[in-house]
Write a protein that binds this ligand. Sequence first.
Ligand code: FAD
Length: 396
Amino acid sequence: MSASAKLPPFDPADPLGLDDLLEPEDLAIRDTVRGWAADRVLPYVADWYEKGELPGIQDLARELGGIGALGMSLDGYGCAGASAVQYGLACLELEAADSGIRSLVSVQGSLAMYAIHRFGSEEQKQRWLPRMASGEVIGCFGLTEPDIGSDPGSMRTYAKRDGGDWVLNGRKMWITNGSVAGVAVVWARTDEGIRGFAVPTDSAGFSTPEIKHKWSLRASVTSELVMDDVRLPADAVLPEVTGLKGPLSCLSHARYGIVWGAMGAARSSFEAAVDYAKSREQFGRPIGGFQLTQAKLADMAVELHKGILLAHHLGRRMDAGRLRPEQVSFGKLNNVREAIDICRTARTILGANGISLEYPVMRHATNLESVLTYEGTVEMHQLVLGKALTGIDAFR
Ligand SMILES: Cc1cc2nc3c(=O)[nH]c(=O)nc-3n(C[C@H](O)[C@H](O)[C@H](O)COP(=O)(O)OP(=O)(O)OC[C@H]3O[C@@H](n4cnc5c(N)ncnc54)[C@H](O)[C@@H]3O)c2cc1C
């Protein structure tokens, strides 16, 4: 008998056998999140996307809290305490449904909750984290400003001490979950350097106009944060960090989730392309029977599963406490760029149907335009890697 007779069959859904890397508990978490997204997002998301809304976001947040997806890799305070790999698998399954849903979860867990968990006082953690883990309170994270994006060290939002209080003034732009949030983690310049503040969104002087007319992440809430003499008590400041390393460490955690999530959007588009290629006939045969289509599918599969392998490797490093920010940049740069390429190639295989919301590929492709830009643009991650490779800072 030849050695190949003992080989497991080739699985088109897992051509590299990457599921071998997963424990039963990892698979169970993945199945739970996949099942939730199949029930609660996939049947509706094209409609939400077309209308440019995310109706019932509070209910969705509570359900996501119910399956442990909010602040998933954090410990205590009602959080699931999952591994980084498990959190990554959840991000992949959520983004396979829609990047907007994964963004809701990333901003809640990796940005707002992570900031409070890592840099907050015990009182701040008790006040916010259990209700954020259950989805009762939605959080947002305000770093970007109308004139300040890639260079957050130049931010203008300012917090000034006034007796025992802080008074916050400024504007934040492009803030995911902004107008549905109960708490906003806002980063502001102070006389002591950049500080983070846990701002209750019902504070006087705080408003959140929603940003409309987006052609990407349409099933996601994006808002401005306007702060006009917002008076906060002394204990609103996150006590454990001063300086840009605060927001940057939160971003590194969120970017890690994107490394996995982008592959979810890619997987969904790839699967749509394979299905279509097998059933659509031209010139008397399925288009999947043409070598040019097969070359596209083979290249897409190679990049998709290489990307998942890379995400898994980074997850293991994070679980071992050995993941460097430059490695996260490596992952985000590669996986979002490749995911968008996979979606665009899938779009070509679907021909004219590729532009229809009847299929997910154009929705994923346009969503990924935001993912390519937020949490550090492609160019920022190239500069991070360029600096790490050469020792020369080319940011300015
Ligand atoms: C849908 C969506 C949701 C978002 N959610 C949030 C959120 O929740 N919280 C938040 O704080 N922000 C959020 N953002 C903002 C996002 O993080 C910023 O858009 C991003 O950091 C880029 O900033 P910018 O858009 O101002 O672009 P800019 O910084 O103005 O960059 C414009 C272009 O110039 C390039 N560039 C800039 N500097 C250099 C340089 N030194 N060398 C080479 N090229 C350079 C950039 O790479 C980019 O290509 C969101 C954005 C979107 C689209």
